[in-house]
Design a binder for this molecule. Structure first.
Ligand SMILES: [Ca+2]
Ligand SMILES: [Ca+2]
Ligand SMILES: [Ca+2]
Length: 277
């Protein structure tokens, strides 16, 4: 009997990859007309420069200026197990066609480094994380960068290192059409894998063996030298945690107990129903 239970536990623990639990941290469609948090999956939005307001159900960042950012607060998430993933997806568009700029549009996932974001303040200067650096206009030189928070501002400064090679084949962002983009950070056995996509096409897929952080509580959007107004909508941040091996064993052990109890009950019933003599 003991042998069968152990076998059952081992089988359960090994039967394929465990399904991750996906939690939606943020799902902001700006339908409340506010850039402040009013619901469970809503959030607060801040800017380092320019004017930030909700216009016609979209977050409008007017006159962003050069190398400026907007940020959104995210519930703290830590990547622990290989496979744990935090992902940002959103819609965006330029109000006027952006100029040719190698790092024209930026988006990333960050750690606030203990000083929470507020408007037009130095509190986001020390934030660290990863961002995708997507070119605008005719340029095609897209990159992923790791930022340490050592020099101001967030999503710019001189405190970043390029991870992996440039993508020089995917198109830059042009025109004023609505676009969709995403960036996700996936824990690997010894580092992180960063994947960024634009309009369903994977632009960047790189691995960083020296993560600057595994804890994230912020997303950021940046404008380099484009001064055009940007509009954002349907910002979604999800966190997927792969169950820890210990919880898998517990689930398997629970299943084994249930199986044993059922088997015992069945045997007892069979014995009591057996003809006597
Ligand atoms: Ca909307
Ligand atoms: Ca900070
Ligand atoms: Ca910086």
């Amino acid at each position: 009997m003991k042998k069968s239970i152990l076998g059952w536990v081992a089988l359960c623990a090994l039967c394929g990859p465990a399904r991750a639990d996906v939690v939606t941290h943020i799902s902001d469609d700006f339908s409340d007309g506010l850039r402040t948090k009013t619901g469970a999956t809503d959030t607060n939005w801040w800017r380092t420069n320019g004017t930030l307001s909700v216009v016609s159900g979209q977050l409008e960042w007017a006159s962003p200026g050069t190398f400026q950012a907007i940020t959104g607060d995210v519930p703290t998430s830590t990547l622990v197990q290989a496979g744990d993933t935090i992902e940002l997806t959103f819609n965006f568009r330029f109000a006027a066609a952006p100029g040719t700029q190698a790092s024209g549009f930026r988006f990333g996932i960050y750690n606030q480094s203990g000083t929470a974001a507020t408007d037009v303040a130095a509190s986001t200067d020390n934030d660290k994380g990863y961002f995708a650096n997507i070119s605008t206009g005719a340029t095609m030189a897209h990159q992923v960068r790791r930022e340490t928070g050592a020099t101001l501002p967030i999503i710019a400064g001189t405190d970043f290192t390029q991870i992996g090679a440039n993508n020089t084949t995917s198109p830059g962002i042009t025109g004023t059409l609505d676009q969709n983009a995403s960036i996700k950070i996936i824990k690997t056995a010894s580092g992180v894998n960063i994947v960024a996509s634009v309009n369903g096409t994977e632009y960047l897929n790189v691995v960083d063996a020296s993560p600057v952080t595994l804890t994230f509580d912020e997303v950021a959007f940046g404008s380099a030298s484009n001064s055009q107004t940007l509009l954002f909508d349907n910002v979604v941040v999800t966190f997927s945690a792969v169950p820890e091996p210990s919880s898998l064993i517990l689930v398997a052990a629970g299943g084994a107990c249930l199986w044993t109890r059922r088997r015992f009950a069945f045997k007892k019933r069979r014995d009591s129903e057996a003809p006597v003599g």
